[in-house]
Design a protein around this ligand. Structure first.
Ligand code: AMP
Length: 591
């Protein structure tokens, strides 16, 4: 099979690297490629934007599969053009790629289909946009509607900045026609994460979570770049959030696009803002992210080619992804001056020595072969030093060890890639959720939902009072020393788990009786509630409502010494009261 990859960045190097591992692939071309890609594919000097040139090449070389990396050719319809010519191509069609190419289209689609995003409006008139900014005030985000190489989004701390941003985009047309419309939206806070999935327009097959680092300097300071590094997994997206993102964002978006006559095939990328239990979409991209592709593709164990073919042929329901459990981290090394102006042609040293390192791969972005047979920096982002490790910490150490061996004049890179993940992984869980069987997970997620709402860290595990009592005892015995403040235990049948835990800790234990036997939870309720004197277990109602109440009760215990959680509980109570009032008003009208 002959494959053509379109693009020249780190993402395309990662794609070529991954595709080359496929036993069905005999030859790979990359247009135009870079100095690193040249070592594993034949680079052809056709720019990614030259659709006619690419089509002619694919036809003359009888390419079996074309994979499109960047957004520009996708938004200009390269997939439609190749398909019309009878060529197999992986990527979003022009109408599907509008999800990335027009922020107003994406915003309106999300509004129409109830997909959570920042509240905002689209304007074609500067005057109206100005009036809107004055009405909603700062902070506010102003976005050029069209593609602007990642530079068309301006987060404004003051009204003055927002009006200047509107002028830059709509009047001065700093991003050309991309600024003929502008989106003005509320400024969201929280932690950003990227969620990518393969989709054939029906089935959504998620990749693991990841996180990009846009600002150029450590601690997210300085101007935005194309991305200074990425890692996977992103712990802000745990199992519970992953499922919600699938149900509330990814699947509804793919369905919405199909319903509107824009079937989406390819990679769908959602840029998300996550704030405790709130998930909102900041943007969609119609392709792999760069640099997220590097750590993600390093974790993907499957042959990628059959997955891409299944996407094209609408057979993704027959596929599954096999993901490496280990973590990956990509540190981007950039030219001095980037994201401003920088010099080109500076020789890079140290690549051979890193090439001998295990579990590290250096993906090239802005590089080219120099006259002396070496590699020279020829772009802003130059290399993506990517490592795999048993933990994020190990992957970070390995990636930085490799980056330290590579140098060229004025090269720079962030020193804190992956630190947010590390902080989350290392933060002590304040609540331990323990259940008798993994089949109790659906119920116990009620507690997770509540803890998320109040921003309380938790740990979840399975241990049985009868089948693995040592594990349950060890968990309870070590919980206080590990920083836990409350334990929530869910179990069905003659549920002794909460009691066993309570016998081995002085932390408060809340028991959730689970309805998993023919006695419909009555057995679990009685064995949880009827504890012997001296060993109390707080007992809530049976099943998921009980698990939710257990989460709230745990938050109330923590709020005794945490004013932040106390304030969130107040707001939660006020919201509930408002909901009841709204229902009663509705009923009054009906009666
Ligand atoms: P986008 O291309 O829309 O993802 O925007 C680029 C960056 O701007 C994002 O990664 C965020 O850091 C920031 N951003 C975009 N929209 C918002 C928003 N509504 N609130 C806060 N930050 C935002």
């Amino acid at each position: 099979m002959k494959v053509l990859v379109i693009g020249s960045g780190g993402r395309e190097h990662a794609l070529v690297w991954k595709i080359r591992q496929s036993p069905v692939v005999k030859k790979i071309y990359c247009a135009p490629g870079n100095g690193g890609i040249a070592g594993m594919a034949e680079c052809v000097p056709i720019e990614a934007g030259d659709i006619d040139g690419l089509l002619a090449f694919a036809r003359s070389e009888k390419i079996d599969l074309t994979v499109v990396g960047p957004e520009d050719p996708l938004s200009r319809g390269i997939v439609d053009i190749f398909e019309a010519a009878g060529l197999k191509v992986f990527g979003a069609s022009r109408k599907a790629a509008e999800l990335e190419a027009s922020k107003s289209f994406a915003k309106d689609l999300m509004m129409r289909h109830g997909i959570p995003t920042a509240r905002g409006e689209t304007f074609t008139s500067y005057k109206k946009a100005e009036a809107f900014v004055r009405k909603i005030g700062a902070p506010v985000v102003v976005k050029a509607d069209g593609l602007a190489a990642g530079k068309g989004v301006i987060v404004c701390a003051t009204e003055k900045e927002a009006l200047e941003a509107l002028k830059t985009i709509m009047v001065d047309r700093a991003f050309g026609d991309a600024g003929s419309r502008a989106v003005v939206e509320e400024c969201l806070t929280g932690e950003e994460a990227s969620f990518l999935a393969f989709t054939d327009g029906k089935t959504v097959l998620p990749l693991p979570s990841s996180q990009d680092h846009k600002p150029v300097y450590d601690d997210d300071k300085g101007p935005n770049t194309g991305g200074m590094g990425a890692y996977s997994p992103a712990p802000v997206i745990d199992r519970y959030m992953h499922e919600r993102i699938m149900q509330e964002i990814m699947i509804p978006t793919v369905r919405a696009m199909a319903a509107e006559g824009r079937p989406y095939k390819g990679v769908l990328y959602a840029g998300l803002m996550i704030d405790r239990d709130r998930i909102r979409v900041l943007e969609f991209n119609a392709r792999f992210g760069d640099p997220e592709a590097q750590p993600l593709l390093m974790r993907m164990k499957n042959d990628i080619v059959p997955v891409m073919e299944a996407v094209i042929e609408g057979r993704l329901d027959k596929c599954r992804l096999d993901i490496d459990d280990r973590a990956t981290v990509c540190v981007v090394m950039a030219s001095g001056g980037y994201p401003g102006t920088y010099k080109k042609g500076i020789p890079i040293s140290g690549l051979e020595s890193v090439g001998r390192m295990k579990d590290v791969f250096v993906f090239h972005a802005g590089t080219r072969a120099d006259e002396k047979g070496g590699i020279a920096a020829s772009g802003g982002r130059v290399l993506g030093v990517t490592a795999i490790g048993d933990t994020v910490k190990e992957a970070i150490t390995r990636a930085y060890k490799a980056a330290a061996k590579i140098s060229w004049k004025d090269a720079h890179f962030r020193k804190d890639i992956g630190m947010k993940a590390l902080k989350r992984f290392e933060a002590a869980p304040r609540v331990g959720i323990i259940m008798g069987s993994d089949s109790d997970l659906g119920v116990m997620e009620g507690a997770v939902a509540m803890l998320k709402k109040f921003g309380i860290s938790y740990e979840m595990t399975v241990a049985s009072a009868h089948r693995s009592p040592e594990k349950a005892v060890a968990f309870a015995g070590g919980a206080r020393a590990r920083g836990m403040q409350v334990i929530i235990a869910g179990a069905g049948h003659a549920a002794h788990l909460a009691g066993v835990l309570a016998a081995h800790t002085t932390l408060p234990v809340i028991g959730v009786p689970i309805d998993s036997s023919c006695l419909q939870g009555m057995d679990a309720l009685l064995s949880t509630v009827q504890m012997p004197p001296g060993i109390p277990v707080a007992t809530v109602s049976i099943g998921k409502p009980g698990a939710r109440n257990a989460g709230i009760l745990a938050a109330q215990m923590i709020a005794l010494s945490d004013p932040g959680v106390a304030a969130l509980l107040e707001a939660f109570k006020a919201d509930m009261a408002r909901e009841v009032d709204a229902k009663s008003e509705k009923l009054a009208k009906f009666v």
